[in-house]
Design a protein around this ligand. Structure first.
Ligand code: FE2
Length: 374
């Protein structure tokens, strides 16, 4: 990008780009983002303490060099240089550029084709490109599958090793999902589990959940997944008042057994300052008696029931039987999972674990450097 001209204002300067658009930058922002070695370590970390910049910082001279860089001498004598490309890429009053378009969220319902989200495990181990494609698909859909995973105990941990780190909890590094006597958690029974996100009673809750099937010669025991973001967006359209109630009134989730007692308060729907969804926390089994102003309780239950009905609507669910050697991974902040009841109880054995999505995002960014070169 080339600089056509600049105009100096009281607290800002405006660049007219050769493309015809213009961008304004505050002096404080320019000084704070100085690219000189005094301000920025070669490792990219900031050396400059923002608090040390005079509040009334302004330039004593500004020059454009060959339409390609902006050179500023500040009133305190410090000199800064910015390339036109750097400035253009950091225009701050625009939405982030489309560099992450491949991670754009794709909402889905019962018609999603899970075969297109299923990748071959030996291939993701041996080919960076396949691992990259699997992680991209995961970021778009909040769920992805693997086939041909060895049916060995602990294999699920090797999958996490490909992209990140286990999130260990009181259930262990990995946990065996099979029947136990006197289970303190419904997961370890043969009962039906309605779609839920895991461990909302934890803060932070695990962001990734993986389930690996070792054996499943049973009647029933089908997995169910639901795109919580799709359902929440539908609720926002259908009844904004209900959406707002679930996004603003916190509820309490709790888990306890003889050794632990964990609880956390959070809203069932979570949004950021732009009102974009950031998480859905839904776990009917661990929801504690609701507490709120009495005049809100009736409406809150209406909202909760409506959201729950939408989660249970088969048009929003995908049901499948996980076969030995298959794995599915969900974004536990977005995709709910559950299972149907099952029988012949000793013949179903899954292993599950939690992991952190920060490691996954990091792996994806580094793979992108290798594969796409950005
Ligand atoms: Fe679960």
């Amino acid at each position: 990008m080339m600089i056509q001209s600049i105009s100096i204002n009281e607290k800002t300067l405006t660049i007219d780009w050769q493309s015809g658009s213009d961008s304004t930058f505050h002096y404080i922002w320019l000084r704070d983002n100085c690219q000189s070695p005094k301000s920025l370590h070669p490792n990219g970390q900031r050396l400059l303490q923002t608090v040390d910049i005079p509040a009334d910082i302004h330039p004593s001279s500004v020059q454009v060099i060959k339409e390609q860089s902006l050179e500023i001498v500040w009133a305190d004598g410090h000199q800064s240089s910015y390339s036109a490309d750097w400035l253009y890429n950091h225009v701050y009053d625009m939405p982030l550029s489309g560099s992450n378009n491949e991670m754009q969220i794709q909402l889905w319902n019962c018609s999603v084709d899970i075969n297109s989200l299923t990748f071959d495990y030996p291939e993701i181990i041996s080919k960076e490109r396949t691992l990259y494609d699997w992680l991209v698909a995961f970021c778009q859909y909040g769920v992805a599958f693997l086939k041909n995973v060895p049916t060995q105990l602990g294999a699920v941990e090797n999958i996490v090793d490909q992209f990140g780190y286990i999130h260990e909890t009181n259930f262990g590094r990995i946990s065996d999902v099979k029947i136990v006597t006197n289970a303190t958690n419904l997961t370890y029974t043969n009962d039906y589990l309605s779609p839920h996100t895991d461990n909302p009673y934890r803060d932070p809750a695990p962001t990734l959940m993986l389930l690996h099937c070792l054996s499943s010669d049973v009647e029933g025991g089908d997995s169910i997944i639901v795109d919580g973001f799709q359902v929440a967006e539908k609720l926002r359209q259908k009844n904004p008042k209900y959406f707002k109630l679930l996004a603003s009134i916190p509820v309490n989730f709790c888990f306890s057994d003889p050794n632990v007692e964990i609880s956390a308060e959070k809203t069932i729907i979570q949004v950021n300052w732009r009102d974009e969804l950031t998480a859905v926390c839904f776990h009917n089994e661990s929801l504690q008696p609701l507490r709120m102003d009495a005049e809100l309780m009736g409406s809150f239950y209406d909202a909760y029931r409506t959201f729950f009905e939408m989660i249970m609507d088969v048009n929003n669910q995908v049901q499948f039987k996980l076969q030995p050697g298959q794995v599915y991974m969900v974004d536990n902040r977005r995709v709910l999972h559950g299972r149907t009841a099952f029988f012949n109880t000793d013949k179903r054995h899954l292993q599950g674990c939690y992991a952190g999505i920060d490691g996954l995002y990091s792996k994806l960014a580094v793979l992108k450097r290798h594969i796409i070169g950005t």
